[in-house]
Design a protein around this ligand. Structure first.
Ligand code: HEC
Length: 108
């Protein structure tokens, strides 16, 4: 069951972000991302360690992170929790999280 996409420009936007010169150009507010990530660290370890089948998400390039979250939001990827979380994020919040997680290095 697919729901209609609310933002038809999504993939164009991701492509534009991916093509921009530097990762930092993806205008995400890293500080906001760090703040928002408190919701994620309940499951995803910020050390980059994979725990109990929950993948590590630190160090993902922003464009890849955004594409993954888009896949949950648009229900191309099956995971109820992640679909709900991704569906709730605004574009600004998503960019912020992408900038934050991109900046982290796995420390395990
Ligand atoms: C209740 C637990 C939980 C919370 C909270 C959670 N996630 Fe997840 N997340 C998961 C699980 C489980 C998966 C693997 C789902 C699958 O098999 O597709 C996942 C997958 C992901 C992936 C894909 C990783 C990959 O390599 O495939 C990303 C990106 C992600 N989550 C980001 C986030 C972000 C950002 C937040 C906070 C806004 C968040 N998650 C909050 C449980 C959670």
């Amino acid at each position: 069951m697919r729901q209609g996409s609310q933002t038809p420009g999504w993939f164009g936007f991701v492509a534009a972000a991916a093509l921009s010169a530097t990762p930092a150009a993806a205008t995400g507010d890293r500080a906001l991302g760090e703040y928002l990530s408190s919701e994620c660290t309940a499951c995803h370890q910020s050390s980059g360690k994979q725990v109990g089948g929950i993948p590590a998400i630190v160090g993902y390039p922003a464009d890849q992170f955004i594409a993954l979250m888009g896949a949950y939001r648009d229900k191309h990827r099956d995971n109820q929790v992640m679909q709900t979380i991704a569906g709730r994020l605004t574009q600004e919040e998503l960019l912020a999280l992408a900038a934050y997680y991109e900046s982290l290095k796995p420390t395990q």
